[in-house]
Ligand binder design. Sequence first.
Ligand SMILES: C[S@@+](CC[C@H](N)C(=O)[O-])C[C@H]1O[C@@H](n2cnc3c(N)ncnc32)[C@H](O)[C@@H]1O
Length: 214
Amino acid sequence: MNTRYGETLAEGALESPSAERNKQAILEVLERYLPATGTVLEIATGTGQHVVHFARALPELIWQPTDVDPDLRPSASARIRAAGLANVREPLALDVLDARWPVSAADAVVCINMIHIAPWSATPGLLRGSAGLLAAGAPLFLYGPFRREGRHTAPSNEAFDASLRARNPEWGVRDVADVASCAHEHGFDLAEVLEMPANNLVVVFTRRAGSAAG
Ligand SMILES: C[S@@+](CC[C@H](N)C(=O)[O-])C[C@H]1O[C@@H](n2cnc3c(N)ncnc32)[C@H](O)[C@@H]1O
């Protein structure tokens, strides 16, 4: 289990302070792009704080949380149960590096704070898997710290990047241009880059029409 999830709450729910701080700002971006109905796949759900917040605010959408970490999925389950939400599915095991994903279609994909805390291969993995699920025009949202044009956007992100690389040399804050180039190869167009609080970005891609699933 990731050590940042230190505090255990009632009923097995874990708490991420940053998720608590950023969930409303992210929701306000999602609302601009998500369809009125359909299924939203969340990759790297973590504690479940985001999916519960989003599902409560957007009850017409079905939310499918997933995470590779078996120590985190029970937290999301506990939070979903405690929230009493009918529009959130049970969290599934999903590793973006796997060739086969346990879902066959989605109307949007949301991935918060994952691609920098994983090897670079997670980024093409995420894009390849998402391309296979989404119809033309459907959105894919990435949230987290990013570099832009080779530079960090804040000293705090530079220090965070160094701390990530010290923990695992394959981890690190990604450059928007590298991610956008990888996304393009996998059949996505860059729709928007939004500056968020605490020097984070939301990068929105849309599935390109007429391109084969990556
Ligand atoms: C920093 S946590 C972010 C969790 C949550 N999205 C949030 O923002 O609070 C990173 C997450 O990425 C997940 N993760 C790492 N590698 C992954 C992979 N290959 N496939 C799917 N999830 C992965 C971890 O299990 C963890 O839940």
